[in-house]
Design a binder for this molecule. Structure first.
Ligand code: BV8
Length: 244
């Protein structure tokens, strides 16, 4: 794979690099992308119909089981070359921020240290009523399990549609997107807000913007550089190029 000389020159001279990832980065680990996560029992639902507080209130068992299925799926896979390349990139640049929409925790398992999780993490569980993280609960066989403190329902610690974004993470993400030399948008359909506004914030702040995605997205036309390919192929090739 070849990269434009101008892109390599800018990357080699960059001090501050910010990356936004979406479900496409985990695709090569065998984790279905968000919009492909509807298989089997859940094939008849759209993610927006399951990943909402309303869906959980309406059918807590169905939503809990969908996340339990995804949790088990994620536990059984490994980070792929895209995750590993991003963990290496963190060590190459003086100021590197990794912002992810993904809830699978694979960036951390690939040893990325400074990960901003915009949409939470499905390996963490919290009380629907209190919002507190619950690590252990008695196995009463109830689905969803009940909060040991207040008896409320337990739920995954993710941000559902129509739920507010985590303030601290959002602030860090905006700061990292508006104060960087190069901004990468990798493996995201750039369709979910406010995460999808970050590439445009970076562009407006004067960063060089780069997209890596086998398919075009609403951001492709605006990116300074767009590489139509799988993250697990493009990122390792890019690292090989800048290492030499
Ligand atoms: C909020 C956690 C307000 C749960 C998720 C402005 C305009 C329009 C709409 C809105 C707006 N502001 C708010 C909204 C509403 C809504 C929204 O954006 N709706 C969309 C659908 C129109 N946003 C919200 O509700 C947000 N909250 O704004 O709060 C508020 C304020 C106060 C009080 C109350 C409310 C919350 C959004 C968070 C939703 N939670 N996830 C879970 O995961 O179960 S979002 C979900 O979508 C995942 O996090 C996922 O990551 C994310 C985005 O999807 P992608 O990651 O991009 O994945 P996708 O499958 O779409 O695409 C994969 C891409 O990878 C594709 O492009 C594909 O080509 C590519 N790919 C495939 N293989 C590869 C690859 N790329 C590289 N390599 C490969 N090998």
């Amino acid at each position: 794979m070849t990269f434009p000389v101008e892109f390599i020159r800018q990357l080699a001279g960059a001090k501050r690099v910010t990356v936004l990832t979406g479900a496409g980065v985990s695709a090569e680990s065998g984790v279905p992308t968000f919009r492909d996560a509807q298989t089997g029992l859940w094939a008849k639902f759209k993610p927006g119909e399951l990943a909402t507080p309303q869906a959980f209130r309406r059918n807590p068992r169905l939503v809990w089981e969908w996340y339990d299925w995804r949790r088990k799926r994620v536990a059984g896979v490994q980070p792929n070359p895209a995750h590993l390349a991003l963990a290496e990139m963190e060590r190459l640049f003086p100021h590197f921020h990794l912002i992810t929409q993904n809830v699978d925790g694979l960036h951390q398992r690939a040893s990325s240290r400074n990960v901003i999780e915009l949409h939470g993490n499905l390996t963490r569980t919290k009380c629907f009523d209190e919002g507190t993280i619950i690590s252990n609960w008695p196995d009463t066989g109830e689905i969803p399990p009940k909060c040991p403190n207040c008896g409320g329902l337990l739920r995954p610690d993710v941000v559902w549609f129509n739920e507010p974004m985590p303030e601290a993470e959002m602030e860090r993400a905006i700061e990292a997107s508006t104060h960087c030399d190069i901004f990468f948008s990798i493996g995201t359909s750039a369709a979910v807000y406010p995460a999808a506004s970050l590439p445009y914030e970076a562009l407006r702040s004067g960063a060089t913007t780069v997209e890596i995605n086998p398919e075009p997205t609403p951001f492709t036309e605006d990116a300074h550089f767009a590489f139509a390919g799988a993250a697990g192929l493009v990122l390792p090739a890019l690292l090989n190029r800048i290492r030499t």
